[in-house]
Ligand binder design. Structure first.
Ligand SMILES: [Mg+2]
Length: 253
């Protein structure tokens, strides 16, 4: 080992002598300056070590882009006009059927059937300002937007209609952004805008920060650690500020 080291040192000395013999001091300075310039220009094309990356925003569909609650009540009242129902301003708890089961076993069963019917998910009306906000967000420089939605277990109509809804309201190019999952915690994102107060799953904690989108059922829910509330999409909504703040956090990491 020592011999190898000695040989390497002798070669280095030999090359250093050769270098000094070949180039005069002015030429050696020029060579050093050229090398530094090449390094600088190369690193200039690379992203700085802590540079910001794109912000990844996950948008829930039902209750955030599409008016699930309004459509549910409308359909229920049309189909069962003589049955008791829960007005929107009396909604509480994430699962609408749970509240209907409290009115009677048969009412709960009827409620369940409402959103399993063909056309329910396709006919959902967009929430006010949601389509405009989603488009604006997707066009923002440095922001990647995905749709992150959980189909119901009886998926026959729901899955295909979620794609159709996205196509109808936002266009074919949005198909690329669709993420269908029953477990949103395993999806990698920076922000998840979702109306469900407690989102649990295989990844604890998830990588994203939860922005709780206000809906009738979650108005009185107390925010948990790290959650932020977003009250809607309309003009004075703070969604742009929330994205900007998260982008700032990422750039400081
Ligand atoms: Mg939802």
């Amino acid at each position: 080992m020592q011999n190898i080291h000695q040989t390497a040192c002798r070669k280095l000395v030999k090359h250093f002598k050769l270098y000094n013999e070949l180039f005069n001091p002015q030429q050696r300075r020029l060579l050093r300056e050229t090398t530094v310039q090449r390094r600088t220009s190369f690193s200039g094309k690379m992203a700085p070590r802590n540079s910001s990356r794109n912000l990844r925003v996950l948008l829930d569909m039902d209750g955030v882009l599409a008016d699930f609650e309004g459509q549910f009540l409308k359909r229920f009242r049309e189909k069962y006009p003589h049955d008791p129902f829960v007005p929107l301003d009396e909604r509480s708890g994430f699962y609408v059927t749970k509240q209907y089961y409290a009115l009677g076993q048969d009412i709960g069963t009827k409620a369940f059937g409402i959103y399993e019917e063909k056309g329910f998910f396709l006919d959902l009306q967009p929430i006010d300002g949601a389509i405009e906000a989603a488009r604006e967000m997707a066009e923002m420089e440095g922001v990647d937007v995905y749709i992150c939605t959980s189909p119901i277990k009886k998926y026959t109509h729901c899955v295909v209609e979620k794609y159709q809804w996205l196509d109808k309201h936002l266009g074919k190019e949005w198909m690329e952004r669709m993420i269908l999952t029953r477990d949103k915690t395993v999806i990698n994102g920076d922000l998840l805008i979702d109306d469900k107060p407690n989102i649990t799953g295989g990844m604890n904690p998830p990588k994203w920060q939860h922005v709780l989108f206000t809906s009738y059922h979650n108005r009185d829910v107390v925010l948990q650690d790290g959650q932020i509330r977003l009250d809607g999409w309309l003009p004075h909504s703070r969604w742009r500020d929330i994205l900007e703040q998260k982008r700032q956090e990422i750039s400081e990491q």
